[in-house]
Design a protein around this ligand. Structure first.
Ligand code: ZN
Ligand code: ZN
Length: 138
């Protein structure tokens, strides 16, 4: 089972692209904020708390012509983030650094260099930096 795909579901949930069925969105947002702010222990403690309150309930599922596979229900997104944190590191959970954007992402780049939620935010930030340099005459 690919737990990283569940971490991507957590990203969609925090970014408002999936409906919030419990009260997970606010707490997952806080996990990302702690992680991006370098507060590793706080991020891990909140994740442990969420793991206890949202147990993983695996169900074997088959649909859309796919092979039998496991679904983890609601606890899956928390488990996905826990897998990223333990296998890749807390610093892989990020908050977009573009101005006026607070979307989150999971950094799966090989050199941990990701700073933006999307290509769109990355190019917007690059243009802003270019204009700032031109204004200051550098
Ligand atoms: Zn499925
Ligand atoms: Zn962004």
């Amino acid at each position: 089972m690919d737990l990283t795909s569940y971490a991507e579901l957590a990203v969609l949930l925090v970014n408002g692209e999936l409906p919030d069925e419990g009260d997970l969105r606010a707490e997952l947002t806080t996990v990302f904020a702690h992680a991006a702010g370098g507060r590793e222990r706080e991020a891990v403690e909140l994740l442990n708390d969420l793991l206890a309150r949202h147990p993983v309930s695996p169900q074997i599922s088959g649909h859309d012509g796919q092979r039998w596979h496991l679904h983890l229900a609601e606890g899956g997104v928390v488990m996905g983030l826990a897998a990223v944190v333990t296998e890749l590191g807390v610093d892989r959970l990020g908050v977009c650094q573009a101005a006026r954007c607070s979307r989150v992402f999971v950094d799966t780049s090989s050199n941990r260099s990701r700073r933006y939620c999307s290509e769109r935010c990355a190019s917007r930030a690059n243009v802003a930096a270019y204009r700032a340099r031109r204004r200051s005459g550098q």
